[in-house]
Design a protein around this ligand. Structure first.
Ligand code: ZN
Length: 497
C-alpha cells in the first residue's frame, strides 16, 4: 500500500462525489426540476463545478501525482494516477478565469440554441456559436502537440488515438461503399411500411419497452428509465444507471430502438466492475467505445431477425390490431427501412454515417479555416443535398437540430460513426466464433451480456479501445467490417445484387 496513493485517493473520492452530484443535478433538471429552477440551480452547480476543478488542480494533488508516478502501484492505481494526470493536463492548460467563463458561456449558449431552434431563427444562436468555436479552438491550442492539428486535439479527447488521417480514411471507405448503395435504394422509391405509421397506445408501448429493457439485460434494480425529449443515458456509478426514452403514438419503433440503444449504453455502465466503478478509470474508455455498445445492441442485434424470432409474438399479441397481418419477415424489413432523411437522430442504420460525415466535414472547416458562422447553415444544407439528395425546408431540421455544438462538443460526432463500425467488427467476430445466432433465437441474451462483460464492460476505462479490440477480437480497428456488413445486409433486404 502506498501512503501517497491513499492520500491522493481521498482527494479523488471527493472529486468523484461532486461529479456524481453534478450528474444527478443535470439529470434532475432534464426530467423533474421545475422550469424556473434553472437560474438558481445554475448558481449551485457553478460552485460545485469550481469545487471539483479546485480539488483536481490543487497543488497537493499535483504533488501526490508526481510522487505516485515514482512508486510501484497496483495496475488499477497506476491507471487512476494516469487519468488524473491526463485531466490535470487538460484543465491546467486553461487559466481558471477562462474555464469559469466557458462554463457560463456553455449554459447561455445552450439556452440560446434552444430558443433559436424553437423560433427557427439562427441569428439568436449565431453569436454564441461563434464564441464557442473560438473558445474551443483557443483551449485546444493550449494543449496542441507538435504536428497535431487543432481539430485533432478535440478528436483525441473523445477517442484517444484516432487521428484526422485515420478518420479521413474511415469516412473515405464509408463514402465509397455506402453512397452508391443509398442511391440505388432511393431509386426504388419504396414506401415506408404501413404498420410503422399506425397509432400505438402509449401506455402499452411503455409496458413493452420496460419489459424489453430487462430482456436485453438492463438491470432495473440498478437502473431507472425516465422520459425526455431526446433519449440519453447517464450514470452515477454502476449501481445507479439511468436512461430516458421518448414515446410517439405514431412511431412505435422509435421508443423500441431507443430502449435497445440506451439499454446498450446502460448495460455497459452497469457491468463495470464494482472495484473500479467509483474511480476515474471506472468510466468508459471513450465515446466511440460507449457508442459501439449501444449501436451493437440497437442495430446488429436489435434489428436482426434472430433477435425478434422469440419475442415478436409478444409484441404482436400486445398490438394485435396493428400487427396481426404483419409477418416476422415484413416486420424485420420494416424496422430496417432505409431512406434519406434530414434528422440525424431519426436516421436509419444505413444513412446514419452520412449525417456524421457532414458534421465531420463542417467541424474540420470550423477548426481549420476562417469561416463566418453565418455561412454555416447554407454549407450544412449544401452537404445534405450533396450526400443525401435532400435539403431542409426549415433551419430547425438543418443545422439547429443537434445540441452538441452549443455545449462546445466539437470532435464528438465522429465517434458515433466510429461506434457503429466497432459494433460491426464485434458482431462479425461473435458470428464467426460464438453461437450468437442460437443465443438470440433461444432468447438467451444473458450469454451475450456475459460475453460483453467478460471481454469489454468490466474493464471500464482501464484498457484502451485498441487493447480491448486486440484482447477480445485479436485484431486492430478495421472499418471494412462496417462497410461489408451494411452492403451485405441492405443488398439482401432490398433484393439488390
Ligand atoms: Zn448513444
Amino acid at each position: 500500500m502506498s501512503k501517497n496513493y491513499d492520500e491522493l485517493k481521498t482527494y479523488l473520492d471527493r472529486y468523484q462525489a461532486i461529479r456524481a452530484a453534478l450528474t444527478l443535478f443535470s439529470f434532475d433538471s432534464d426530467t423533474y426540476a421545475p422550469d424556473d429552477a434553472f437560474e438558481m440551480t445554475t448558481q449551485i452547480t457553478t460552485i460545485l463545478s469550481k469545487e471539483a476543478f479546485d480539488i483536481l488542480t490543487s497543488p497537493s494533488v499535483k504533488a501526490l501525482v508526481k510522487q505516485c508516478k515514482t512508486e510501484n502501484l497496483q495496475p488499477i492505481e497506476s491507471k487512476n494516477v494516469l487519468e488524473v494526470e491526463k485531466r490535470l493536463e487538460q484543465l491546467s492548460s486553461i487559466p481558471a478565469d477562462e474555464y469559469r467563463a466557458s462554463q457560463i458561456l456553455e449554459k447561455r449558449s445552450q439556452a440560446a440554441w434552444l430558443e433559436a431552434k424553437k423560433k427557427g431563427d439562427f441569428s439568436i444562436f449565431a453569436p454564441y456559436l461563434k464564441e464557442m468555436i473560438e473558445t474551443q479552438k483557443r483551449f485546444a491550442s493550449y494543449r496542441q502537440k507538435p504536428g497535431q492539428s487543432l481539430y485533432e486535439v478535440v478528436l483525441d479527447d473523445y477517442e484517444p488515438g484516432m487521428t484526422e488521417a485515420s478518420y479521413d480514411d474511415f469516412f473515405g471507405q464509408v463514402k465509397e461503399g455506402i453512397v452508391p448503395l443509398i442511391h440505388k435504394i432511393s431509386a426504388l422509391h419504396k414506401e415506408r411500411p404501413n404498420f410503422l405509421k399506425l397509432s400505438y397506445d402509449l401506455n402499452q408501448q411503455k409496458q413493452f419497452n420496460e419489459w424489453l429493457a430487462s430482456y436485453i439485460g438492463f438491470d432495473l434494480k440498478r437502473g431507472k428509465i425516465s422520459e425526455t425529449e431526446h433519449p440519453y443515458t447517464t450514470s452515477l456509478h454502476n449501481h445507479d444507471v439511468r436512461f430516458t426514452n421518448h414515446y410517439y403514438e405514431n412511431q412505435m419503433d422509435s421508443a423500441i430502438f431507443s430502449t435497445i440503444h440506451e439499454g446498450g449504453h446502460g448495460i455497459y455502465e452497469q457491468q463495470v466492475d464494482d472495484t473500479i466503478s467509483l474511480t476515474l478509470a471506472g468510466g468508459a474508455i471513450s465515446s466511440g467505445m460507449h457508442e459501439s455498445q449501444s449501436r451493437f445492441m440497437e442495430n446488429c442485434i436489435g434489428r436482426s431477425k434472430d433477435f425478434w424470432e422469440p419475442i415478436y409474438p409478444k409484441l404482436q399479441n400486445l398490438f394485435s390490431k396493428q400487427l396481426n397481418e404483419v409477418s416476422l419477415d415484413d416486420f424485420v424489413k420494416g424496422i430496417n427501412d432505409a431512406r434519406c432523411s434530414l434528422i440525424r437522430t431519426e436516421a436509419d442504420e444505413l444513412t446514419y454515417p452520412l449525417h456524421i460525415l457532414i458534421r465531420y466535414e463542417l467541424e474540420k472547416k470550423m477548426f481549420e479555416e476562417e469561416i463566418d458562422v453565418n455561412d454555416l447553415p447554407k454549407l450544412w444544407d449544401d452537404l445534405y443535398e450533396k450526400y443525401l439528395g435532400i435539403r431542409p425546408d426549415h433551419i430547425s431540421q438543418g443545422i439547429l437540430q443537434d445540441i452538441h455544438w452549443s455545449s462546445g462538443m466539437f470532435g464528438y460526432f465522429p465517434t458515433y460513426a466510429l461506434g457503429s463500425a466497432i459494433a460491426c467488427q464485434i458482431y462479425h467476430y461473435l458470428m464467426e466464433n460464438e453461437p450468437l445466432t442460437s443465443w438470440l433465437k433461444n432468447g438467451e441474451l444473458h450469454h451475450l451480456t456475459a460475453w460483453l462483460k467478460e471481454h469489454i464492460h468490466r474493464f471500464g476505462g482501464t484498457k484502451s479501445t485498441a487493447e480491448i479490440l486486440k484482447d477480445a477480437l485479436n485484431e486492430n480497428f478495421e472499418p471494412k467490417y462496417y462497410v461489408d456488413y451494411l452492403v451485405k445486409k441492405y443488398s439482401a433486404l432490398y433484393d439488390l445484387e
